[in-house]
Structure formats: structure tokens, C-alpha cells
Write a protein that binds this ligand. Structure first.
Ligand code: FES
Length: 195
């Protein structure tokens, strides 16, 4: 019987790459420098894997996986990361065995309660900030919040000038701290802490 990766490769008319099944816990999204979701980060005890997903699987990652979920990934090595062919949940008994072996990942964030007060991240989208990429920063944040139920307590707001035009794009965190010259990836990293 053909394995899954052999089937995929043969269907595509190419030699099957040497692949294997990685088992571990989803620990977050793997993003490009521009903040686009490209795959997943997998933690297996002490080991960490960066796994690139086929495009059609990426929306599933956002919708269905929560940090701490156990998955099995059919993948093969490519440069300094892995390229996945398929991702499936790990059967409960096996997940439980690994949980006992490894201990829990960092506490799994709970979905935001609707009654929870919304945190507001403000992005200046005026004049100089706009020219320096504020629109991309705002879109990256808004897109991430729209897609991830664990961020439903976070609101992204466009604001006027914050009087730091030369250091734009500027962003203000819920605690009032301002970040200057923010890239979309840096802005998204701020969201990771709010999950
Ligand atoms: S235009 Fe953004 S701080 Fe002034």
C-alpha cells in the first residue's frame, strides 16, 4: 500500500520525497516576514519544528487548531524546515500518552469570553505613517483578529496622528505603550501575547 506522501508525490508525477510523520503539539502559526500565515510551529517535547503547509490547509490551521492541540503531520525536510503533505489530529489515547511523557505545553489560552472587556490596539494611518506602511500593519492585525476566535477580545482601531510622524508606522498598545517603525510581523508578534 502506498503511504500518503507517496500517493501525493506519485499523483503529482514526481519521485516520492523521504518523509515521516511528526507528532506533537501545535504551538502557533508560522508566518512570513510580511506576517502571512505559511504553516505551523510544532513542539514535540524539547524539539521544535517549523512546518510549511500547502495553501489549501492554511485556513484549516486558523479555524480549527488551538495552541496545545496534538496533531500528526506527514512531512518531509526541506532546507531548514519541513514541508507538510497532510495534517490530522492525533488520536486521543496517543495524545494523552505524549502529554504524560512531555508534560503540558504552556497553558492553552481559553477562548475569549464575550463579556470580556475588549483591548484596543491603535494604529496611526495618517500622513507619514500611511506612507511608511501603516496600512499594511493595520490590515495584518485586522486580518489576524478576524480569523482567530482567541483574539475576539482585541479591537484594532485606526487613529489620527500620534505626533511621532518621523518614527512611523506608529502603534499604541492597550497599556498605552507606543511602538515605532513597526512592521506587520512585529505588530503580529504583539498579538501572540494577547491570545
Ligand atoms: S502621521 Fe502617524 S504619528 Fe503623525
Amino acid at each position: 500500500m502506498r503511504t500518503l506522501h507517496e500517493s501525493a508525490a506519485l499523483d503529482a508525477g514526481v519521485a516520492a520525497p523521504t518523509g515521516q510523520v511528526l507528532k506533537g503539539q501545535y504551538s502557533g502559526a508560522y508566518r512570513s516576514d510580511k506576517g502571512k500565515i505559511k504553516g505551523l510551529l510544532l513542539q514535540a517535547g524539547e524539539a521544535k519544528f517549523t512546518v510549511k503547509l500547502p495553501k489549501y490547509l492554511r485556513p484549516m490551521l486558523v479555524r480549527e487548531l488551538a495552541p496545545g492541540d496534538f496533531v500528526q503531520v506527514w512531512a518531509y525536510p526541506e532546507d531548514d524546515r519541513w514541508r507538510a503533505i497532510n495534517v490530522l489530529p492525533l488520536p486521543k489515547c496517543e495524545a494523552e500518552m505524549l502529554r504524560q511523557q512531555w508534560g503540558d505545553l504552556a497553558p492553552v489560552p481559553k477562548l475569549a469570553q464575550t463579556s470580556q472587556k475588549r483591548m484596543c490596539i491603535e494604529v496611526c494611518t495618517k500622513g507619514k505613517c500611511y506612507k511608511q506602511g501603516a496600512r499594511q500593519v493595520h490590515s495584518a492585525l485586522q486580518e489576524a483578529v478576524d480569523r482567530d476566535p482567541a483574539l475576539s477580545h482585541v479591537a484594532i482601531k485606526e487613529t489620527g496622528c500620534m505626533k511621532a510622524c518621523k518614527q512611523g508606522p506608529n502603534l499604541r498598545l492597550p497599556n498605552g505603550r507606543m511602538l515605532h517603525r513597526v512592521s506587520p510581523a512585529e505588530a503580529l508578534a504583539q498579538l501572540d501575547a494577547k491570545r
